[in-house]
Design a protein. Sequence first.
Length: 85
Amino acid sequence: MTNPSDDRARQQEAEAILRRVRQETEPQTGAAAESMTRGLRRHFWAADADPADRMEVVGTRIGRLAGLVAVIGLAIGLAYQLSAL
């Protein structure tokens, strides 16, 4: 019989090997998309604002989300105008 600690060590080693292989073979587009998503999240949640100033954080979030809504609205309006031609 094998020792349970040996089995656990083998399993951990196998998982580590699989994790390294996954990281080495992962396409770069996935990493870029993940990085871009993380950057967008940080932008819209005002990670660059002063965390001690709560009003600045809230105002920055509101302004950035309002800007996003405005851009989407303008894009929809443009699509409507172009389809009416």
